[in-house]
Ligand binder design. Structure first.
Ligand code: ADP
Length: 492
């Protein structure tokens, strides 16, 4: 029996409390799986406005007193609240600092569509608060597992003298969910991090092209690093296209960098029990899936067409997710015998484009601009085929969610998509979807045409659906890999 570890997960978003993307899914599911393996796992995140305090029974800890944290010249008072991750015994600590976290939006001001100007302070505070909370609880984790740039400074701060020997044997793991987000700030941010001034010099641990980079600090100082799929872990070291300028820094740490594929929370994403969908179904009762298609069409107001494939996408509307390919083939796409539902929010140019496509083709194309969890479940259950033509994709969760729901994924073979989707035409006996290699609009269109052809061959389509549904995408296997990584970190 492996030893029981004390693990603190520090993340800026966690399902079901606050979410903008896959990071939240991971940080809501991995801790549960680690807890089930017998470890003492706790989570720390900000108390944003969208965290539902009473629904989740989040309480002010009995002995909780506000504390002062100094960042640069300023002192900031913070409090802590505690709750539990639903469906588990995992404790969640919320950093209560209303002026910094109690606002609309997590990172971006919805009014101006721009990052909050004080994100440097907000997330430097998050890292500092994680260490302060451990002290306060007199609880010393073996591992602090930091997620993305928002929590990356923990690896730097943990060695500060003010904590004395408390964290002397604590090690840190940094998970990179998306290198496109680096937390790079102007040099003035050094005001907040004045004690680390000596680390900010050209090519130094905090410096990145004249800016102060939180992610770089994490990459340099974390004991171990991982990316969220084996292919992405290779890609980010291989070229600037994927490494976004960090490829050299990552190569320097390649001995400590691995790829661990995300799982999905199969309690939340399961067609057998999903409370948000019209009809529950399993691999054995797959014929009931069509009820969800009917219900989805009704909900969004497009006619249900038997025998015509319904395609879907749920995504942040950004260049990363391949929406320029959609834009390139929009006329050809709409000329094909298919219907399409898109749920997403993001870049204004794409919102406008898709609204216009929907206006011109109301019977075939529907877009919902916004973030809607329930509708996301209904789309996973209702559509026949899920499109993810990403330019890059660290792991991607929707292809795995889709397969669980008997919805066939169509993807560009990059990152985690390449690790999970096997093209049916390339490997007929094991194929669970469709994949194309080059980031190219014509190839994307041809792949959609291949999918339409396959859809017409019912037994073949059904075999593909069943193959996807019977795969194990739970967190069990990946959680074990994280424990191995923690153990390696502790051997330092
Ligand atoms: P990323 O983290 O890059 O956005 P992932 O595929 O890893 O991409 O995870 C995205 C997660 O966010 C999935 O759970 C997806 O269903 C969800 N999601 C994305 N956009 C929306 C939206 N507009 N409404 C509801 N859920 C969304």
């Amino acid at each position: 029996m492996p030893r029981k570890l004390r693990i603190l997960i520090v993340s800026s978003e966690v399902v079901p409390f606050a979410k903008t993307g896959g990071l939240a899914d991971v940080c809501g599911a991995l801790p549960k799986a680690l807890g089930e393996l017998g470890h003492d796992v706790r989570i720390l995140m900000p108390l944003y406005r969208e965290v539902k305090i009473s629904a989740h029974r989040i309480r002010r800890a009995p002995a909780s007193q506000d504390m002062a944290i100094r960042l640069g010249e300023e002192e900031t008072r913070i409090g802590f609240r505690t709750g539990k991750l639903p469906g588990s015994e995992v404790k969640v600590y919320f950093v209560d600092q209303p002026a910094l976290y109690n606002r609309k939006g997590l990172y971006v001001d919805p009014e101006f569509g721009k990052d909050f100007p004080d994100n440097d302070r907000r997330f430097a505070l998050l890292s500092r608060a994680a260490l302060v909370q451990c002290e306060k609880l007199d609880w010393t984790p073996d591992i602090i597992h930091c997620h993305d740039w928002q929590a990356a400074l923990v690896s730097l701060m943990i060695r500060d003298r003010e904590y004395g020997p408390r964290f002397a044997s604590t090690q840190t793991v940094l998970t990179i969910h998306n290198l496109g987000f680096q937390g790079n700030f102007p040099p003035q941010t050094l005001e907040l991090l004045r004690v680390y001034q000596h680390l900010f010099y050209p090519m130094g641990p905090l410096e990145y092209h004249g800016k102060l980079s939180y992610l770089k600090a994490g990459v340099v100082f974390a004991t171990k690093l991982n990316a969220v799929s084996p292919t992405y872990a290779r890609e980010i070291q291989g070229s600037e296209e994927f490494g976004c300028g960090f490829e050299g820094i990552l190569r320097e740490r390649s001995a400590d960098l691995v790829g661990i594929l995300n799982g999905i929370d199969t309690n939340i994403w399961s067609p057998e029990t999903d409370p948000d969908i019209a009809a529950n179904y399993s691999c054995e009762t797959l014929s009931r899936k069509v009820e969800n298609k009917k219900s989805l069409c009704k909900r969004v107001g497009i006619p249900f067409r038997d025998g015509i494939p319904l395609l879907g996408t749920i995504s942040r509307l950004t260049d990363q997710k391949g929406f320029d390919l959609f834009a390139d083939i929009r006329d050809e796409l709409l000329a094909l015998p298919l219907q399409f539902i898109l749920l997403g929010t993001g870049d204004g140019k794409y919102e406008t484009l898709f609204r216009e496509m929907a206006r011109l083709n109301p019977q075939k194309f529907h877009v919902v601009v916004g973030f809607d969890n329930k509708l996301a479940h209904q789309i996973e259950a209702g559509v026949d085929c899920f499109l993810m033509p990403s330019r890059y994709e660290p792991c991607g969760l929707n292809q795995m969610m889709s397969m669980r729901y008997g919805t066939v994924p169509l993807v560009r073979a990059t990152g985690g998509l390449a690790d999970t989707v096997i093209d049916i035409d390339a490997v007929p006996e094991r194929g669970n979807g469709f994949a194309f290699d080059q980031y190219d609009a014509t190839l994307f269109l041809e792949t959609i045409q291949r999918a339409l052809k396959a859809y017409a061959d019912k037994p073949r389509w059904r075999a593909m659906q069943q193959r996807g549904m019977s795969q194990d995408f739970s967190w069990r296997a990946s959680a074990r890999k994280y424990v191995e990584l923690y153990e390696q970190a502790l051997q330092r």
